[in-house]
Design a protein around this ligand. Sequence first.
Ligand code: SF4
Length: 328
Amino acid sequence: MTEAQATPQTGKRVLLAKPRGYCAGVDRAVQTVEEALKLYGAPIYVRKQIVHNKHVVQTLESQGAIFVEENEEVPEGATVIFSAHGVAPEVYEQAKQRSLKAIDATCPLVTKVHQEAKRFAAEDYDILLIGHEGHEEVIGTAGEAPAHIQLVDGPDGADKITVRDPEKVVWLSQTTLSVDETLETVARLKQRLPLLQSPPSDDICYATSNRQHVVKEIAPECDVVIVVGSTNSSNSVRLVEVALDAGARAGHLIDFAHEIDDAWLADARTVGVTSGASVPEDLVADVLTYLATRGFGDVEEITTANERLTFSLPQELKRDMKAAAARR
Ligand code: SF4
């Protein structure tokens, strides 16, 4: 934690959460598109938003990426990148049938959950996948073993599931859920299924839990918490909920600084600022600049963890980059 800064002029301050913003999986996915554009040239097709952030998607579009919903929209033989959220096996199969050159930017921590799903399905477990219905990551994970997986969408969803053998059930989860709500869902499931097994390691990823942890630290002191992130970003939406649950008087999700409503700041002395795992730091810098013009120029960064994790680029891309370098 940095030393608190005095705020003699206005008494107003910003508590800036750290860690915030880009996680290792997002960084890798964005770099994958950038490097593919450099290596193969535009256009590069990307199935679904590479990460759930409006600004990132717009920036990559301006560089020559074309975002599509399904493989059918990609011309035969073209290059397609699969997003950080992961895809079901049938999506690889469709790409093969259309002779697409597929590059998989699925976050390795999502791939880990896919592997768990495959392993438990092979052992004939019933798998209770805690996650949000319709989210791309959940669709991808469930696609690994549709006959074995049931979705549990929040604590109330726990009451609806039925299993074949209560002694052979495991829960897994989406990587970007609320840690506390997931624990509540698991507790509800265990009331009905006392022998429910847990995943071999946490499925909610380090980036999601670290961002929630620091928000919980700052929220009780904040009149308002501003979370930079897009509305379709699960982990960003969760940060607003976590801030409110932890005592922030108000919480707002914005994509850009110009979306801040001055009414939010009218009676505020302390504003918390953080950003979701798919948000580039320059968007946070814009928010701090805006807040400074409204008297919130004193910024104290509150650090609860230092993240050093990085992931290497997808193998198929690295191989082509190496071959291109060797030809030069
Ligand atoms: S939020 Fe977690 S699972 Fe998702 S891309 Fe980032 S590190 Fe990977």
